[in-house]
Each structure stands twice: as structure tokens, then as C-alpha cells.
Design a protein around this ligand. Structure first.
Ligand code: NBP
Length: 502
């Protein structure tokens, strides 16, 4: 028998909404669902009659609101942007003070800040929650990054903790996902309150930016093995499968090994990956991350390079035409040992990954100052260990690093990461050099190395840059032999070059 009032409501029954609703119902919560197109609701409820908590189909927002216990909790899984605003606007007149709207879509964090403020002024509470892990994550355990009203999150927490992916309390290893009607029991949930207003959606955006970097770095490793050693897709798949047993153990390496070993179902002979067109799309979160890095002045080249690599991939016809005109070193196999080169590419990938995560955490560090949040970086790395696309054993090292020093200025300064890069950097440099010499693009590997060399440089050529700025624009400069904050200007074209205090 359905309860008179459901524990929670959900709006938007596309892929994410349906899967998250089933996950919630599997954990014993009765959930009311509503979708703009009613047939989808009817079909969804009819197809899932026996969930432990129960699904209640509703045909109007009013019916949905009336079916909920108070304070009402309504999860939105609709397209980010105008659709989310439209759904919120339709709910506001129906809700009472203290009710909670939870946006589980991929909203831009600035929109979440705006919505939280507007709803707070109306007496309503708002949570912007990152939901990562795609359709399978939503169904059997996503990583959840909720931000917004802290008291409202206390009301949502039992549901969010129940449905999130779980990791082992001691090792941080993800526990295997559940099955329909048989959720995972025990473990630490991959859900934690991130911070006020847009903090949860901001952290989700950084997660996605890091995901862009991880994917591009893996593609560069694949391309280098293919280009330098001439291995076939399945052989490269075996290399990735082996890497997945070590420090690179992660979901993306695992699925890459699987992808590379799949045969094309059409030709039956070729590797499937070899018949997939080399153009990649994007939905915008990588771009948002890069724009935000530029806005805040935080060096985060890896995600930007990953976005640009997708842009370059998208101009396929132009590249094909250019390939007939622009000459490089030409295809030439590597003359050295295969095993050592594969290890070098492994090391280059690991070092580049460390730099990419260092940049992502630098962004969050700066954003927390800008938006007055207090982010817990160790627990952010912890919740990314299960459920989400970037889940990786490596994240445990980040949690441990912030455990050693919660105020760590940069991940590279942590003893583990410092030692790792120190040991592996000869291989990293070799791979970047080989990529350049053989004409194989490796934008994240090489920009990661430049980031590392730039970050560890006590002196950069910006002395000359600032002199140029002062020369043409009187932008002034500081001197190495004077206290910081004291500025000078030189009248450069004047033959006597008088220096003035600025
Ligand atoms: P979509 O982003 O495609 O959302 C469409 C759903 O919203 C449909 O069921 C649609 O109903 C409904 N909707 C309602 Br109710 N009111 C709407 C309105 N006014 N305008 C437009 N649509 C309205 O679904 P999704 O792919 O499941 O993604 C949901 C959210 O989760 C998005 O924000 C997405 O970015 C985010 N997300 C997605 C993934 C993923 O892997 N797909 C992962 C993580 C986060 P209808 O049936 O009448 O069209």
C-alpha cells in the first residue's frame, strides 16, 4: 500500500531522472515522479511496479506537490539553463516556506548561486547537487556533490547517503555496485555536503573539467603507443588492462582497455575504435572550467588543452586538407625498446595526471576565496573514489595528501606527489621530446610538463615581459633589489633612460 505522502519527489523522467528515481525507490523511499510528457510517467511507473519504496506517478506539478510529506523535497533532473528556471518557476507558487528544491542537473554554479538567493528570499530552500556517474551511476550509486542550504541538506542527507556509491571505510576502494532491488549495504557514501549556494555545482564542474583532462591524456598515451610502436588496438588494450592493475587503476583506464579490445560488429574484422570517426563533441563543462580558470587567473592549462583538442578534432575536413599540405617528420617507428617506451608513456601519463589534478584543486582553492566557501579537499577526493567517471585509486593519494596537510598550496608539494614526479620525470620528458620529434600531438602531456617546470621555476622570463609592458604601455615594473610593491617606470626611448618611481 502506498503511503499517504511520498518521502521525496522527482521531476524530469529522461535517462538520469528515471535511473535516480529507481535508485531512490530501491532504498525504501517512496518517490513521486512527474514529467512534462505524461506518457513517459505512465510508462515508467507501469514498467516498475515492485520497487521496495514504491513509485507514485503524478500528472501535474500540483499533484506532485500534494503527494509529498513536508517539508517537501523535490529533485529536478531536467536540462540545465532555461528549462530548470521554467520548472522552478512552475513550482514556486505551489510550495510552502521551508520546502526544498534540489537541482541534480549540470547547472552552472553561478546559476545555482542566483537561484539559491532568489528562492531563499521567497522562504524556500535550494540545493544544487552535482550528480556524477551517468546513467549507471544514477541507477546504482552516483557520486553526489550537494551545495546550498546546510539545514536543508540535513533533510536530504538520508536519501543522498543511501543512494550514493559506497567506498570501503579503510581503503577507500569502491564497493561493487548493487543490482535492481538489491542496493549496496555498508561502506562510506560518496556524498558529502560541499558548501553554500553554488559550491556543489562548482565542484561538479571541476570534476567534469578533470574528466576532460583524463580522457585526453589517455588518448595521447594511446596515440603515442600506436604512432611510435605501431601496436594494434587490441594490443594497446592489453597495455591499458595491465596499467589498470597499478597506480593508474581507474574507471577510465578500465573502459579504455575494454574499448580497444572490441571488434567492429559491422565488419567483424576491424577493431571498433579504428572505425569510429576521430571527431569528439562536448557539452560545455570543460569550457566553463577553462573560462573560470582564465577569469580567476589560475593556471589550469590541462583542461583548456583538452577542450582545444576536442575543437581541433571537430574540424575534420580542414585537418584532412591540411594534412596534404603541411609536412612534419612523417611516420617513423621508434628505434628503441618497446617495454621501456611503454613504461615511459605510463609515467608520462601519471605525471601529467598529477599536474592536471593539481590544477583542478588549485581552481577550487581560489574559488573558495572568491565565493567565501570552505571546501574540504580531502573529502572531495574521497567522494570521487566511487560512482563517478573519474573514480581512481589515485584519488586516495589526494585524500591522504590533504590529510597530511589540509592547507597544502599545491598537490605537487605533497611528499608523495613530489617524489613520484621526481622519479618519473625523466620518462615524462623523454615522451614529450619523442612526441615532438615524431610529430605526434601531445598537448596535455607537454603542457603538463611546462606547468610543472613553470611552477618549480624560481625565475621565469616574465622580467622581460614586464619590461615590454612598461616599454609600450608604461605599466611599470618592480625590481629584484627593492621591496615588493614598489613600482618603477623607465622612459625607455629616452637615450638617458631615467627611472622614476611610479
Ligand atoms: P535531459 O537533460 O534531456 O532533460 C529532459 C527531461 O526534462 C525530459 O524528461 C523532459 O520532459 C523534462 N522536462 C520537464 Br519535466 N520540464 C521541462 C521543460 N520545461 N523543458 C525541457 N525539459 C523539461 O535529461 P537527462 O539527460 O536525464 O539529464 C538531466 C540532467 O542531468 C541534465 O541537467 C544533465 O545535464 C544532467 N546530467 C546528465 C548526465 C548524463 O549522463 N546524461 C550525467 C550527469 C548529469 P519531456 O519528456 O516532456 O521532454
Amino acid at each position: 500500500m502506498p503511503k499517504p505522502h511520498s518521502d521525496i519527489g522527482l521531476i524530469g523522467l529522461a535517462v538520469m531522472g528515471q535511473n535516480l528515481a529507481l535508485n531512490i525507490a530501491d532504498h525504501g523511499f517512496q518517490i513521486s515522479v512527474y514529467n512534462r510528457t505524461t506518457e513517459k510517467t505512465t510508462k515508467f511507473v507501469a514498467e516498475n511496479p515492485n520497487t521496495p519504496g514504491g513509485l507514485v506517478g503524478t500528472t501535474t506539478p500540483q499533484e506532485l506537490v500534494q503527494s509529498l510529506s513536508t517539508p517537501r523535497k523535490i529533485v529536478l533532473l531536467v536540462q540545465a539553463g532555461a528549462s530548470t528556471d521554467a520548472v522552478i518557476d512552475s513550482l514556486v507558487p505551489l510550495l510552502a516556506a521551508g520546502d526544498i528544491i534540489i537541482d541534480g542537473g549540470n547547472a552552472k554554479w553561478t546559476d545555482t548561486i542566483r537561484r539559491e538567493k532568489a528562492l531563499r528570499e521567497k522562504g524556500l530552500r535550494f540545493i544544487g547537487s552535482g550528480v556524477s556517474g551517468g546513467e549507471t551511476g544514477a541507477r546504482f550509486g552516483p557520486a553526489l556533490m550537494p551545495g546550498g542550504d546546510a539545514d536543508a541538506y540535513k533533510e536530504l542527507e538520508p536519501v543522498w547517503n543511501a543512494i550514493a556509491a559506497k567506498v570501503d571505510a579503510r581503503t577507500g576502494r569502491p564497493l561493487p555496485g548493487g543490482k535492481p532491488g538489491e542496493p549496496v549495504v555498508g561502506g562510506v557514501p560518496c556524498a558529502t555536503y560541499i558548501g553554500p549556494d553554488g559550491a556543489g555545482h562548482y565542484v561538479k564542474m571541476i570534476h567534469n573539467g578533470i574528466e576532460y583532462g583524463d580522457m585526453q591524456m589517455i588518448c595521447e598515451a594511446y596515440d603515442l603507443i600506436r604512432g611510435l610502436l605501431g601496436l594494434k588496438a587490441a594490443e594497446i588494450g592489453a597495455v591499458f588492462a595491465e596499467w589498470n592493475q597499478g597506480s593508474l587503476d581507474s574507471y577510465l583506464i578500465e573502459i579504455t582497455a575494454d574499448i580497444l579490445r572490441q571488434k567492429d560488429p559491422v565488419t567483424k574484422r576491424k577493431a571498433l575504435v579504428d572505425v569510429v570517426l576521430d571527431t569528439a563533441g562536448q557539452k560545455g563543462t570543460g569550457k566553463w572550467t577553462s573560462v573560470n580558470a582564465l577569469d580567476m587567473g589560475v593556471p589550469a592549462p590541462t583542461v583548456a588543452e583538452a577542450v582545444f583538442a576536442r575543437c581541433l578534432s571537430a574540424i575534420k575536413e580542414e585537418r584532412v586538407a591540411a594534412s596534404r599540405i603541411l609536412k612534419g617528420p612523417g611516420a617513423r617507428k621508434y628505434a628503441g625498446g618497446k617495454k621501456a617506451l611503454i613504461q615511459a608513456i605510463h609515467d608520462a601519463l601519471y605525471c601529467s595526471k598529477i599536474c592536471s589534478y593539481a590544477q583542478g584543486f588549485q581552481l577550487m582553492r581560489e574559488a573558495q576565496k572568491e565565493y567565501h566557501w570552505t571546501l574540504n579537499f580531502g573529502s572531495i577526493a574521497q567522494i570521487w573514489r566511487g560512482g563517478c567517471i573519474i573514480r581512481a585509486a589515485f584519488l586516495q593519494k589526494i585524500t591522504e595528501a590533504y590529510g597530511r596537510n589540509p592547507r597544502l598550496a599545491n598537490l605537487l608539494l605533497d611528499p608523495y606527489f613530489n617524489q613520484t614526479v621526481r622519479k618519473a620525470q625523466a620518462n615524462w620528458r623523454k615522451v614529450v621530446a619523442l612526441a615532438a620529434l615524431h610529430g605526434i600531438p601531445a598537448p596535455t602531456f607537454s603542457s603538463g610538463l611546462s606547468y610543472y617546470d613553470g611552477y618549480r621555476a624560481a625565475r621565469l622570463p616574465a622580467n622581460l615581459l614586464q619590461a615590454q609592458r612598461d616599454y609600450f604601455g608604461a605599466h611599470t615594473y618592480e625590481r629584484v633589489d627593492q621591496p615588493r610593491g614598489k613600482f618603477f617606470h623607465l622612459d625607455w626611448p629616452d637615450p638617458d633612460r631615467p627611472q622614476r618611481d611610479a
